[in-house]
Design a protein around this ligand. Structure first.
Ligand SMILES: NC(=O)c1ccc[n+]([C@@H]2O[C@H](COP(=O)([O-])OP(=O)(O)OC[C@H]3O[C@@H](n4cnc5c(N)ncnc54)[C@H](O)[C@@H]3O)[C@@H](O)[C@H]2O)c1
Length: 393
């Protein structure tokens, strides 16, 4: 079968830009889950852009396919050979760049939070609505960890019985060090008022929102724990962003009402990029944390029966099978590769023709995350529970 080549440009050649490029370099890793043959689509990165020329040097040194390297993203948008853009720039630039990318007729895999605030997100969504022929998705890779991918399937199958409660979070710990220099993610003007929610929150809500579990109310407790940090000159400057957020929400979905506790923390001692989800139900409960990346815990229950946690060590069994055998470990770069495959699969085959059913996070899901984080800011400011308008569930 002829392979469709998708010509990609990358705007923002920082940490995430490099992650994406290195994932593309091992595309042959993946195969079609239905046939076991190689995928019939493939990204080729032919253009890169960063306002810092030094950031592009890694790409031009490592990717033979790059023929355009520019400090002005308009050069990529004007290139008719480019089909799609992966955009990974600071949050204050999302609205302007995403809108320009979509108006230029390019498909877009954009980074979260998909706009620095709700107004920026609405501007992006209005532009998407004007370009229905383009695929626009929001980066969120954790559901592609094999145990999370399995949980996503169970969420779609209503396996849990009556849901008792849900907890999901994303925790970091490096900000525990007060000597860690300030960077753009700790500045409100660039990262946004949401603080840690904007930075980490889309990862946390992706699976619950995919199941239709949208909060109808939120009581937020936001903490700014380290209020000053050294800048590049060693001067201690204000660090205004929220470090940690605990959102106690109530969900009404599928005729049920249940509590859902969502947390995003930059200061969770000992945690290193720890993403987790826990769903407790009267018939079935599950737990997964990337702190133990292979381990899926489940507890099936029938009335009067035993309550015993089952532990399964899961290897590389994600959305798309890989050269890596199914008993071997899966990691962060694999999740990025799988997510990118889902984006390309949907671009080439459409949502209903994909080789596996799980799509990347949608703009609608990103928009609901903005509703939640905006309501959480209001809850923090007023000390009250805030009721959200939501889609009928
Ligand atoms: N999906 C994930 O797991 C994940 C992880 C980290 C960050 N992110 C997201 O990725 C995005 C980028 O984060 P990062 O950690 O890669 O940041 P980064 O600071 O490492 O990289 C951002 C790059 O954008 C460049 N840039 C700034 N203005 C530009 C412009 N006008 N045109 C072109 N390039 C420009 C900067 O020079 C820098 O090289 C953010 O939205 C962030 O939230 C996602």
């Amino acid at each position: 079968m002829p392979r469709r080549i998708i010509h990609f440009g990358i705007i923002g050649c920082g940490m995430m830009g490099r992650e994406f490029a290195s994932a593309a370099a091992r595309w042959a890793h993946l195969s079609d889950p239905r046939t076991g043959q190689g995928l019939d689509f493939m990204p080729r990165i032919t253009a890169v852009c960063d306002t810092n020329p030094a950031a592009m040097a890694w790409f031009t040194a490592n990717l033979d396919s790059v023929t355009l390297a520019s400090t002005d993203y308009h050069d990529l948008l004007a290139d008719p050979s480019l089909d799609a853009i992966y955009c990974a720039v600071p949050h204050n630039l999302h609205a302007q760049l995403y809108v320009d990318i979509i108006r230029a007729g390019k498909h877009l895999l954009g980074e979260k939070p998909f706009g620095i605030d709700k107004a920026a997100n609405e501007a992006i969504n209005a532009t998407i609505a004007d370009h229905p022929g383009l695929l626009v998705r929001c980066s969120s890779e954790f559901p592609f960890y094999p145990p999370a991918y399995r949980i996503a399937r169970w969420m779609g199958e209503d396996r849990f019985g009556q849901i008792i409660e849900v907890e999901a979070g994303f925790w970091h710990s490096s900000d525990l060090d007060p000597g860690k220099p300030i960077n753009w993610k700790r500045r409100v003007a660039i990262n946004g008022e949401y603080g840690c929610m904007g930075d980490l929150g889309m990862h946390v809500v992706h699976l619950p929102f995919r199941a239709g579990w949208y909060p109808r109310s939120v009581r937020a407790l936001l903490s700014n724990i380290i209020t000053h940090r050294p800048d590049a000159q060693g001067e201690r400057v204000p660090c205004e962003t929220w470090d940690n957020a605990i959102l106690a929400t109530e969900v009404q979905a599928g005729g049920q009402t249940f509590p859902m506790l969502l947390s995003t923390k930059r200061i969770a001692p000992g945690a290193a990029n720890t993403w987790f989800i826990r769903i407790m139900g009267t018939e079935f409960s599950v737990e997964y944390s990337t702190a133990r990346p292979k381990t899926l815990r489940t507890l099936p229950y029938t009335p009067g029966g035993p309550q015993a946690w089952h532990v399964e060590e899961m290897g590389y069994t994600s959305a798309y099978p890989a050269v890596t055998g199914s008993i071997f470990e899966f990691g962060f770069p694999d999740a990025i590769l799988q997510m990118w495959a889902a984006f390309c699969d949907e671009l080439v085959h459409g949502r209903d023709g994909m080789q596996q059913p799980f799509t990347c996070a949608t703009p609608e899901e990103a928009a609901r995350s903005h509703d939640l984080f905006t309501a959480a800011l209001r809850s923090q400011a007023t000390g009250q529970t805030v009721v959200l308008d939501g889609p009928a569930s």
